[in-house]
Design a protein around this ligand. Structure first.
Ligand code: BGC
Ligand code: BGC
Length: 856
């Protein structure tokens, strides 16, 4: 059914031909639907829909090496191999003591916690881990460690690296060769830091754009994902069978997240994919056969569930299908503590995941406990020796195939610490080309584009000179928040690129983020869009970009009202409902998350000084664009498929097109629009939440309106001023009168389970107007009435003004409250006099390790 639609869309012809060729699949479009996913040539006659792949041939020399090594390993050494710990928690001593097989640095995790860590520092860490793994002084075997990292759009945790467009933009570029080149460039940049292995590509086929990881997927179309999987993996690892394969210029890739991550119900991160097995295979598995054929050596299991069962505990998916039917003979790495979500498991104890087929646990912090438990489980037989040997064999095989046993210390490898290869001009040029290829022109009324560069140009919008916003999540920090232009040496913002083009042609440029120009411009370019986010924090309740009172819309409308032609450049991690913005713009460009080379934007907006136009838009939507804000799961070929812009849409400058105004009805009811993760803002409880107070926890009084005062109330609550009048609330506890302030979720209990798994915190924007004289307990309460409390006195004592006080959600989880059933996301309790002014309560990232959690 997918294909029929494309058959009619003539503009897509060449695109499809390219993809089909890349898939090695010459079936006519309407036959593709029933065929097994691309890359699988073997016909099949079984009842299940899985493709059958021939396992990659094993090299007898490698196998003999591995078997010999395995035969000499102790049980302890074997257990260590299947464990991966995290940079912030692990030391070389741990690596030696536990014989750890791998380390990772998570999103935003860097040597010495230094966001600007030098190549020398990265390589020094790599050396120290390597040395620990190769140390035989205690009679142990030398087995080189593997260091993995999320180089998901370039080597994106590293200061100075080239940041390529996020995958959603590459999907629009419809160019498999480009992917191959990006893979090759990323490999070189990774090698400069001494690392071995990237947790990329993401092969999610994204079907609901509310998912906060939509931008990590190339497309809603399984065929693009299949074609790209092969190309990027060959770029990263080299083409199997050629001398470059896993050679000195290459690194290991990971196909993730197996399986069904892009198809969870309502686009919920780590959620449940309820698709049939047919759809699971034909849609979500599409990238895996081609990844396996391209020689991928590791597959990362998905946090999500399939039909209610966590993939990390799913033997059928991991072992029967992946290692059996699809012949995968590399190893399966788990995701970040995801095994802890399997039934009956915890982060430091999970034999079921190992028995289901996980070969290496990603267990950032709790690796010591996990090691002890695994050891005991093999000794007592919960895990068989054969299963352990299989996992270790797979890991050693990959290490041997990757040449790690011969590679020497990281610092003595060919690309190590070569500063000129990190963010090199060749890589930046490639990234700039990728930007040009990824931009999709949605509207160009009156052929306002291309612009004459000799114009007087106004550049506006908070995305205009903002590389952090351009690069999005998984960039220097986990969520991509908190980055400034200074964090990106060598990068070009959209504005910088525009300025260069215009000034070279003798025009003038004025940057005014708010759009208040001094001299009337000939044209305004407004760069705006989503602020950075990553996994689960980016999940959205619907696809509305901003409501009718939104500041960006106001800016566009004001310029339009002044009669100034408006060119919108929209930065986003997904297609969004922006009908009012489209209406207020003459031209509208979907720029996705273009990365560090914003110059690629100007390349497509301006003519050359001589009036020629060297480039045109070639990007085409790889995701359908919604007609209404609640149309989140609109995918080409669906029965009710009626998007605003269909899959494959994209204008060129050469062919003009006039769009009439679109409906500005969002399709949302008021109840749909509540923001997620914010409970209290501007000094008041948000819709869906109530502020409550009083001395008896089981009989708190609901604050109706903004204030609640009374002689006997402790605390009492009244409006206070932070920046503006009444934007915060003063909570006043009287001397000797213990009491609670609480925020209650009025509707369903909140499910904060997955948020508690990492570095998310409950964040209170607060000031102590009068320092408390006895402990202040901050709590969370669950539906059964159980409360977990943390004494936050130390935070208040060391602070003397407005501050975001963050307590890690993990801290509450550890204190035994049921994070899946939170009815009171915040409770504050003290027994004696105190005055606290509270402005905001929300979930926030504290990936830099600054969330508070005292020892119990
Ligand atoms: C993500 C993975 C990532 C891993 C390591 C997880 O939370 O789901 O995509 O590779 O963290 O940072
Ligand atoms: C890490 C990420 C990881 C996340 C999981 C973060 O602190 O940096 O890589 O995916 O935690 O919760």
């Amino acid at each position: 059914m997918l294909i029929e639609k494309f058959g009619r869309a003539s503009a897509l012809g060449a695109f499809l031909a390219l993809l089909l060729a890349a898939c090695g699949d010459t079936a006519p479009p309407d036959a593709l639907e029933s065929a097994t996913p691309s890359g699988d040539a073997t016909a099949q006659s079984t009842a299940d829909p899985w493709p059958r792949l021939e396992a990659a041939p094993l090299d007898p020399e490698v196998e003999a090496f591995v078997a010999d090594l395995l035969g000499r390993m102790t049980l302890e050494e074997k257990v260590g191999q299947v464990i991966q710990a995290e940079l912030r928690s692990v030391t070389p001593e741990d690596i030696k003591r536990y014989h750890l097989g791998s380390v990772l640095n998570g999103g935003g995790s860097t040597p010495n916690n230094d966001k600007h860590a030098s190549l020398a520092a990265w390589v020094e860490f790599a050396d120290s881990f390597y040395d620990a793994s190769m140390d035989t002084s205690d009679g142990k075997l030398a087995i080189p460690i593997l260091w993995g990292s999320d180089a998901v759009h370039g080597h994106s945790n590293v200061y100075g690296a080239t940041i390529f467009p996020h995958n959603i933009g590459l999907g629009a570029a419809n160019d498999v060769e480009l992917l191959r080149e990006i893979g090759a460039a990323t490999a070189i940049e990774m090698l400069t830091t001494g690392l071995d292995w990237t947790f990329a590509p993401t092969l999610a086929v994204v079907r609901d754009d509310r998912w906060g990881r939509t931008y990590e997927g190339y497309s809603e179309d399984p065929r693009i994902v299949a074609a790209y999987a092969q190309a990027i993996i060959e770029g990263l690892q080299g083409v199997p069978g050629t001398p470059e394969h896993l050679g000195e210029d290459k690194i290991l890739a990971t196909a993730k997240h197996y399986l069904g991550d892009g198809g969870t119900d309502a686009g919920r991160d780590q959620g449940d994919n309820i698709d049939s097995e047919e759809d699971l295979v034909h849609i979500h598995n599409a990238g895996y056969p081609s990844a396996i054929k391209a020689g991928v050596r590791s597959v990362m299991a998905s946090f999500s569930s399939w039909q209610g069962q966590k993939v990390h505990g799913h033997r059928y998916l991991l072992t029967t299908a992946l290692k059996g039917y699809m012949g995968f003979n590399g190893f399966v790495v788990g995701d970040w503590n995801a095994h802890g979500q399997v039934e009956s498991c915890s982060n430091d104890n999970c034999a079921p995941a190992f028995n289901a087929g996980i070969d290496m646990f990603m267990v950032p912090e709790d690796f010591r406990g996990l090691y002890d438990n695994l050891l005991a489980q093999v000794q007592e037989g919960t895990i068989t020796q054969a299963r352990l040997d299989d996992a270790v064999t797979r890991i050693l095989r990959v290490k041997k195939q990757a040449g790690l046993f011969e590679a020497r210390r990281p610092s003595s490898r060919p690309h190590s610490a070569r500063q000129e290869e990190l963010g090199s001009s060749a890589h930046r040029e490639l990234a700039r080309r990728a930007v040009r290829q990824s931009l999709v022109l949605l509207k160009n009324n009156n052929s306002v584009l291309p612009l004459a560069p000799a114009y007087r140009v106004l550049v506006a919008g908070d995305g205009a000179d903002n590389v952090g916003k351009q690069t999005g999540g998984w960039t220097l920090t986990w969520q991509g928040t908190g980055n400034t232009n200074e964090d990106f040496p060598g990068a070009t913002s959209a504005y910088a690129g525009i300025r260069e083009a215009v000034e070279a042609a003798g025009g003038t440029v004025e940057l005014k983020v708010e759009g208040r120009y001094e001299e009337r411009p000939d044209v305004a370019i407004v760069v705006f869009g989503e602020d950075p986010y990553a996994e689960f924090q980016g999940d959205a309740p619907n696809l509305q970009y901003e409501n009718d009172n939104g500041p960006d819309l106001a800016l566009l409308r004001a310029l339009k009202a002044d009669g100034i032609p408006v060119v919108s450049v929209f930065l986003s991690g997904r297609p969004m409902w922006v009908n009012p913005h489209l209406n207020a713009s003459d031209a509208f460009v979907a720029a996705w998350l273009p990365g560090s080379e914003g110059g690629g934007i100007a390349d497509l907006l301006f003519e050359q000084p001589d009036g020629s136009m060297p480039y045109d838009f070639t990007g085409r939507l790889s995701y359908s664009w919604p007609r209404a804000a609640d149309q989140a799961a609109v995918n080409a070929g669906d029965d009710d498929d009626d998007p605003l812009f269909t899959y494959g849409y994209g204008l060129t400058l050469a062919e003009g097109s006039e769009l009439a105004a679109f409906s500005e009805e969002s399709g949302l009811s008021d109840a749909d629009t509540g923001a997620s993760g914010i409970y209290f803002a501007e000094g008041r409880a948000l819709t869906g939440f109530s502020a409550m107070l009083g001395g008896d926890r089981d009989n708190l009084l609901v604050v109706e309106g903004l204030e609640m005062r009374g002689e006997f109330l402790s605390p009492s609550m009244r409006m206070a001023d932070r920046d503006v009048q009444g934007d915060s609330s003063l909570l006043h506890w009287r001397a000797g009168a213990p009491g609670y302030f609480a925020i209650r979720a009025d509707g369903r209990p909140l499910d904060l389970q997955r948020e508690s798994n990492g570095h998310l915190a409950l964040s209170l924007l607060m000031r102590a107007a009068q320092r408390p004289s006895s402990p202040v307990l901050m709590g969370m309460r669950d539906a059964s009435g159980k409360t977990a409390q943390v004494d936050v006195m130390p935070l208040l004592e060391s602070s003397d003004g407005w501050e975001n006080h963050r307590v890690s959600l993990r801290c509450f989880a550890e204190r035994g409250v049921d994070m899946q059933q939170i009815t009171v996301p915040l409770e504050l309790y003290t027994t004696d006099e105190a005055q606290l002014v509270l402005a905001e309560v929300r979930l926030a990232t504290a990936a830099e390790g600054d969330a508070y959690c005292p020892e119990q």
